[in-house]
Design a protein around this ligand. Structure first.
Ligand SMILES: Cc1cc2nc3c(=O)[nH]c(=O)nc-3n(C[C@H](O)[C@H](O)[C@H](O)COP(=O)(O)OP(=O)(O)OC[C@H]3O[C@@H](n4cnc5c(N)ncnc54)[C@H](O)[C@@H]3O)c2cc1C
Length: 325
């Protein structure tokens, strides 16, 4: 059993200005607006505070914190989760253009893990750099975007990330490392394999025509507004893109639509009528509603098409809870 009061007191002593919240409802921190409380949340303002949390939690209490960014790909149980959540959102938001270096003709932006992808892509535009237009409408952070290898409209983080600074959970001390050219694949990064908190990432980009960059960003934003149910809370695409069949791409939204599941509702959760790939919170949805709805969608798609959809959304809950598919 973790003594949360004792951990709170130790963190308070180790980092007196660290923002700490007890029994914090996760519905305040997820784009689904769903989720019960976690006993302790830490919101570090800088990298020293991150290290203090990691060291104290892991070394003194044997606690592995859960790392989160803007909660735009998280589904949290109605009962919450027995976790220390380390949220890199408002702190860790440094953004800078580095001097020309290793890649002649290219420029590198270094961004803290709490920087929003919208701010990052706008910064690239302001410096006439191309490659991050795709990220503008993704409501995540640099940390979450790198971890998930977020992508859209043919672009993804893996195409532009040149290095990542992270800290690993300490065995004896907090270890900081820089990974050059990290490995990425569809919605996966090498950071999913370990207990590493992403502190910063470098994005190496080519110069481009600002008018063209702005036009591409405008086009992507318009496509999102037209096709996605941005008026309702969601976590974006509920399911991953399935593996290609006979070399041809298969899309989860198309399969769900083909099975006539648009508008399928459980409690306050609904398969969006606008975009079958999105599960939306139409008001008052519980995590239970969302899980039941996703299970129904998965079962029907499997029965009718033979394709087993896998959730793209990450689930956080009490021990033993889960998708239960
Ligand atoms: C309306 C809408 C549209 C979306 N469109 C897209 C899209 O087009 N393409 C796309 O790929 N996604 C999309 N998403 C999903 C989501 O925005 C992305 O997955 C995003 O990258 C998640 O970032 P986040 O900061 O919110 O991460 P979170 O949801 O907070 O966390 C996601 C995962 O990243 C890990 N993580 C977060 N920060 C760190 C860190 N600093 N260190 C280590 N691990 C960390 C968490 O542990 C968790 O496992 C959309 C979501 C919404 C709501």
């Amino acid at each position: 059993m973790i003594n949360w009061n004792a951990l709170y007191d130790r963190l308070r002593a180790a980092a007196p200005s660290l923002e700490l919240r007890r029994d914090e409802p996760m519905s305040r921190h997820t784009s689904f607006q769903v989720g019960g409380p976690v006993p302790l949340m830490a919101l570090p303002k800088d990298e020293d505070e991150v290290q203090a949390v990691l060291y104290t939690a892991a070394m003194e209490f044997g606690v592995r914190p859960f790392f989160m960014g803007r909660g735009s790909n998280l589904l949290v149980s109605d009962q919450g989760a027995d976790l220390l959540v380390l949220k890199a959102c408002d702190g860790l938001d440094r953004l800078e253009l580095l001097p020309e270096g290793e890649w002649p003709g290219h420029r590198t932006i270094r961004a803290g893990s709490g920087v929003s992808l919208a701010r990052l892509s706008k910064f690239a535009l302001e410096h006439g750099l191309t490659g991050l237009e795709f990220a503008q409408g993704i409501p995540g952070s640099v940390g979450g975007g790198v971890y998930m290898n977020a992508g859209a409209y043919g672009g993804e983080m893996g195409q532009v990330v040149s290095s990542v600074s992270s800290v690993s959970l300490p065995e004896e001390e907090v270890v900081q490392r820089i990974t050059k050219n990290p490995e990425f694949s569809y919605r996966r990064s090498q950071f999913q394999a370990g207990d590493e908190f992403i502190l910063r990432a470098c994005f190496t980009l080519e110069p481009g025509d600002p008018a063209e960059i702005r036009a591409r960003m405008g086009d992507f934003a318009q496509r999102r507004r037209e096709k996605q149910p941005l008026e309702y809370p969601s976590a974006g695409s509920a399911f991953k893109r399935p593996a290609p069949v006979d070399g041809r791409p298969v899309y989860a939204a198309a399969l769900i639509d083909q099975c006539g599941l648009k508008g399928l509702t459980v409690g306050g959760a609904q398969v969006s009528e606008k975009h079958a790939g999105f599960v939306v919170n139409r008001g008052g949805a519980s995590c239970g509603d969302i899980i039941k709805l996703m299970a129904q969608v998965r079962r029907r798609v499997l029965q009718e098409t033979g394709v087993a959809l896998e959730p793209e959304v990450r689930y956080l809950g009490k021990e033993g809870e889960g998708w239960n598919f």
